[in-house]
Design a protein. Structure first.
Length: 321
């Protein structure tokens, strides 16, 4: 299902709907709203098979044969059971997602203030200026696009967050970025490309080295597990290691230190610097919901002298697990 993009002119306006949902999600109605979202994430296109059961649930509740609380408990229980079955079914195929090693947070350069200040002075980071954070977890895709759009000249446009959170895959993000040019002809977008996580480290680095080019923007869909939840001593839950996919802008590169500058849209993390190889490990992963590779979205602007050719990098045929 395609996602419709809406633009606006102020930061406050871009976040209003998302902040309202953040409050609503604490209520029973708000929790019910996300059930179709997680059903789609776990079951994919097969989610429509649950539609015939809706009238039966409505009838059972209206005749007081079951309570709403029992319905909610049953639905969430079914989703958790289906998620467990999915994990067990793909366990033998998981490779990159379960890398082990120290968390990047123990690196002395991770949030070194002098290096962070240096990174903010890089060509593209200065155009971002600051990070526009998501109001609640689940909006990372739209929040990342919000940052990207506002970094484009003349820096007076924002993305209006939708009324409910939803995950976003690579092609959905690319499609929304293509819509930016249609909705805002002033946006100097020349091309939008997907750089798939199946790419080699050398190909990945060809794009990382372009991060300081003011005519290039790169955002990433990566897995937090190989960065933050990979130390066996921490005993991170399997859900965090396998399903903590995330979007954020990649705002710069310090070549002398081989550090990539991430503007994490989750305010709990903030901005940080990580070695390129560790970043590649989180990029070189697949979504365990649908088997699609994660990766980078690269936006070249008018006047770009980027070295890579136009068009998407080749999408791997064997993307499905």
């Amino acid at each position: 299902m395609s996602i419709k993009l809406e633009l606006c002119n102020t930061e406050a306006e871009s976040l209003t709907v998302g902040k309202n949902f953040a409050k609503e999600r604490k209520t029973l109605l708000g929790r019910l709203k996300v059930i179709p979202l997680f059903t789609r994430m776990i079951f994919g296109k097969a989610s429509f098979l649950f539609i015939p059961g809706i009238p039966a649930i409505v009838w059972a509740v209206s005749t007081r044969r079951i309570t709403i609380g029992q319905v909610v408990l049953g639905i969430f229980g079914s989703l958790l059971l289906a998620l467990l079955v999915k994990i067990l079914s793909i366990r033998s195929k998981i490779r990159h997602e379960l890398r082990t090693g120290p968390s990047v947070k123990v690196e002395p350069t991770y949030q070194d203030q002098k290096l962070i200040a240096q990174a903010w002075q890089l060509g593209v980071a200065k155009l971002y200026g600051k990070t526009l954070f998501q109001p609640v977890e689940g909006y990372c895709g739209h929040a990342t696009l919000n940052n990207l759009v506002h970094s484009l000249p003349p820096h007076d446009t924002y993305v209006r967050l939708p009324p409910i959170v939803r995950p976003m895959d690579m092609m959905e993000f690319k499609g929304l970025t293509d819509q930016v040019k249609q909705l805002n002809p002033r946006a100097p977008i020349k091309s939008v490309r997907a750089i798939w996580g199946s790419s080699s480290y050398d190909e990945f680095m060809n794009h990382i080295r372009e991060l300081n080019n003011p005519n290039v923007r790169i955002v990433a869909n990566f897995l937090r597990g190989p960065l933050f939840f990979c130390d066996p001593k921490d005993k991170a839950p399997i859900f965090a290691r396998l399903f903590a996919g995330h979007w954020s802008p990649v705002a710069g590169y310090l070549p002398d230190k081989d550090l990539v500058f991430i503007l994490d849209v989750n305010e709990k993390y903030g901005c940080y610097l990580i070695p390129s190889r560790r970043f590649y490990d989180s990029f070189n992963t697949q979504s365990l919901f649908d088997g699609m590779w994660r990766g980078l979205i690269r936006v070249d602007l008018d006047g770009s002298s980027g070295s890579a050719a136009n068009g998407d990098s080749k999408k791997p045929r064997n993307a499905a697990l």
